[in-house]
Write a protein that binds this ligand. Structure first.
Ligand SMILES: *Cc1c(COP(=O)(O)O)cnc(C)c1O
Length: 427
């Protein structure tokens, strides 16, 4: 893209990474390659592509040029060796675990996670014979005690949904290193603008592209980004990556592809067989969104800080969990690890309890009552009766989603208008 040896800045990469002018037409914006299949030059070319001896396009369940551009862009923004995109954030979580796991194996995950992830990990993955142990990541002895010979990863969120808890990624990455297993970080809420988990020692990053990266609530998507640094062959614990793969004539992914092993496996086996493919239209929307990620995140964070300070001073509000506030237990950690801010999602606890939460939600006018976050619009929801309703009350409280809480995803409107709507709703 440029001969300049300096590393390019975040906002430059957000616009340019993965997006050369189209070689066939010169189109400056990444075209939507709305094609299921791609014509082979000749029979030998086709055979090389199928044998993974040459990288190229065969069939859009595996690879598509619009999706490839997005993969290159998210890998660049996270500082990874490669990325694979898939159909949703939840698909990305399965795609991240799939090469690592097998029947009887487990993961250790933070107790503070997106409600849907708690359900996926506590119930659905059991159908594959996988299991999950949830622990408080601030209790390092408990994390170490939860890891055994069958543990294949630690999973956490950088900033967690909904409680605004902030993970000490370097500390947890150190525990993962001691155990010889990868740390997987869901970086959806922080985005690579606020936090780059791979630089703090994580091996894999997963994203719901649905949220801030797209930024306008239009499409679903997910991504898995690999640091390229984990030694998949060191322990014998990751045979999918280190041992001969029968479907590709005994090819060993790690030996053959090195730093790209995880990404190649995710495409050649994961997308091929699980089929959780991102479509090129959705990839286009995400690419458009990412162009303004830095600008939007600055505004999201500034608005969240201002609204959180206003709410904290309001007598109707018992607690605001925003880690950008001085009194937050995570305030020091945010300043050390997330210096550009603590994101734009937090919860407020209302003195009137469950009933006051429901009443406030119903009185909102500009702010939308929806099950989403990371939109340009400010959004509100009562997690205990919606996103976290499949959890027990104890799990809800552990996840920072107790019955007397409202979750706010602060948008990029004028902050005075967000505050005016909240003031009216709190009645
Ligand atoms: C929304 C979300 C997910 C799930 O992503 P989808 O794109 O909805 O499948 C996972 N993790 C976090 C933190 C989320 O906010």
């Amino acid at each position: 893209m440029t001969d300049d040896p300096r590393p390019q800045g975040f906002d430059t990469l957000a616009i340019h990474a993965g997006a050369e002018p189209d070689p066939a037409t010169g189109a400056r914006q990444v075209p939507i390659y709305q094609s299921t299949a791609f014509q082979f030059r000749d029979a030998a070319h086709a055979a090389r592509l199928f044998g993974l001896q040459e990288v190229g396009y065969i069939y859009s369940r595996l690879t598509n040029p619009t999706v490839s551009a997005l993969q290159a862009r998210v890998a660049a923004l996270e500082g990874g060796a490669g990325a694979v995109c898939c159909s949703s954030g939840h698909a990305a979580q399965i795609m991240a675990l799939f090469p690592l796991m097998g029947p009887g194996l487990n993961i250790v995950a933070s107790s503070r996670l997106y409600g849907g992830t708690v359900t996926q990990f506590s119930q659905t993955i059991r159908r594959f014979g996988w299991s999950c142990r949830f622990v408080d990541l601030d209790d390092h002895d408990a994390v170490r005690a939860a890891i055994d010979d069958d543990t294949r990863a630690i999973f956490c969120e950088s900033i967690s949904n909904p409680g605004g808890y902030v993970t000490d990624i370097p500390a947890i990455a150190g525990i993962a290193d001691e155990a010889g297993i990868p740390l997987i970080v869901d970086n959806t809420l922080a985005t690579p603008f606020l936090c780059r988990p791979l630089e703090q020692g994580a091996t894999l990053v997963v994203h719901s592209l649905t949220k801030y990266l797209t930024g306008n609530g239009t499409v679903m998507g997910g991504a898995v980004i690999d640091s390229g640094r984990f030694d998949w062959s060191a322990s014998g614990k990751f045979p999918s990556l280190s041992d001969p793969e029968p479907a590709y004539h005994g090819l060993r992914f790690h030996e053959t592809f090195g730093a790209a092993a995880f990404t190649f496996h995710s495409i050649a086996i994961g997308l091929r067989d699980l089929g959780m493919t991102l479509n090129p239209q959705a990839a286009h929307y995400v690419l458009m969104g990412i162009e303004t990620l830095g600008l939007r995140m600055e505004r999201h964070v500034a608005n969240a800080q201002r609204v959180a300070e206003w709410l904290e001073a309001d007598p109707r509000v018992a607690e605001v969990t925003y880690a950008g506030l001085q009194g937050s237990p995570w305030h020091e950690r945010v300043q050390r690890l997330y210096p550009k801010g603590a994101g734009a999602l937090f919860t407020i606890r209302l003195k009137g309890g469950y009933d006051a939460c429901v009443a406030a939600i119903e009185k909102l006018q500009m702010i939308s009552h929806v099950a989403n976050l990371g939109d340009a619009r400010t959004l509100a929801i009562h997690p205990a009766s919606t996103t976290h309703s499949q959890l027990t009350e104890a799990q809800q409280i552990a996840a920072g989603a107790g019955p007397d809480l409202v979750r706010l995803s602060i948008g990029i409107e004028n902050p005075e208008d967000i505050i005016a709507d909240l003031d009216r709703a709190l009645g």
